[in-house]
Design a protein around this ligand. Structure first.
Ligand code: ADP
Length: 256
């Protein structure tokens, strides 16, 4: 029995170490695949608008510029595609900034309601354009610690999505609820909703349920992955509830 015991105590740590090594190797392989996929995705996402811009400039240079109607139309398309490139690069910079600098320089205690009020106000014109009504419901003041600028970025992405994936006449709610330990911010819409099978991958970079709808709405496919990263920096929990044709609610829950 003693012999057996010695055998077990010697073998066990060695086996465990080997298992851990194997696990680490698998993780690093997975990370490498994700990184490669990301680079391929970024290249593709950058190339698509650029190809279109080049194409229209070329056609204009070939003589299409002489027709004022065609010229205006093509220049409008070039402007739209250039704006898409700009948004994409901005989102990529935000993502890399979040990944590189975990602790933000402007981190402090801030009032959730104050930052949200300003954020909602700034998004009012986009909502009006789409004929979507923005409704706010705030509990008493709640303060949390972190970067107010990143908090604002996260809320902009969620509220913009809620507007983007709503039909005209729809309503979007921004709700703050307090409990003793937690502050919960919910962004709720009555829009197109998301089918169950997509919910798991929704927060991945460049994952879209309906690519053409996202592109038409000016999406980059990076909005929710930015939200996920920022929520993680805050140590906040991120949840989504959705019903196709009924709408979606995204919840971000912070510790107080
Ligand atoms: P995008 O730039 O395409 O909006 P996001 O990362 O912000 O990228 O969102 C990923 C996908 O999740 C979107 O393409 C869309 O299909 C879906 N989605 C996000 N928010 C909503 C919402 N409020 N209602 C319905 N679908 C949504």
């Amino acid at each position: 029995v003693i012999g057996f015991h010695i055998y077990i105590t010697m073998i066990k740590p060695a086996a465990k170490a080997q298992e851990e090594l194997k696990k680490a190797a698998e993780e690093s392989k997975k990370a490498e695949i994700i990184r490669k996929e990301f680079v391929a995705n970024v290249s593709h996402e950058l190339k698509t608008p650029l190809t279109s811009i080049f194409g229209f400039i070329d056609t204009l240079q070939q003589g299409a510029a002489e027709d004022p109607e065609i010229r205006t139309k093509f220049i409008d398309i070039i402007a739209i595609e250039t704006a898409r490139l700009k948004r994409l690069i901005e989102d990529l910079l935000v993502l890399s900034d979040i990944e590189n600098k975990k602790e933000s320089a402007d981190a402090k205690e801030f009032c959730v309601k104050t930052v949200l009020e300003r954020t909602v106000e700034a998004l009012e014109p986009i909502a009006e354009d789409k004929e979507v009504r923005l409704i706010t419901e705030y509990d008493e003041d709640a303060w949390i610690y972190g970067s107010p600028d990143r908090f604002r970025q996260m809320m902009v992405n969620l509220i913009e999505n809620a507007i983007k994936y709503s039909e005209p006449g729809g309503r979007v709610w921004v709700i703050v609820r307090l409990t003793e330990e937690k502050v919960q911010v919910a962004v709720k819409d009555e829009g197109i909703g998301i089918a169950k099978e997509h919910l798991e991958r929704l927060f991945e970079r460049f994952y879209r349920v309906d690519k053409s709808r996202s592109t038409k709405a000016g999406g980059t496919g990076l909005g929710l992955s930015i939200v996920k990263h920022i929520a993680a920096l805050f140590g906040a929990e991120l949840n989504v509830e959705s019903e196709v044709g009924e709408g979606s609610t995204f919840y971000v829950t912070f510790e107080r």
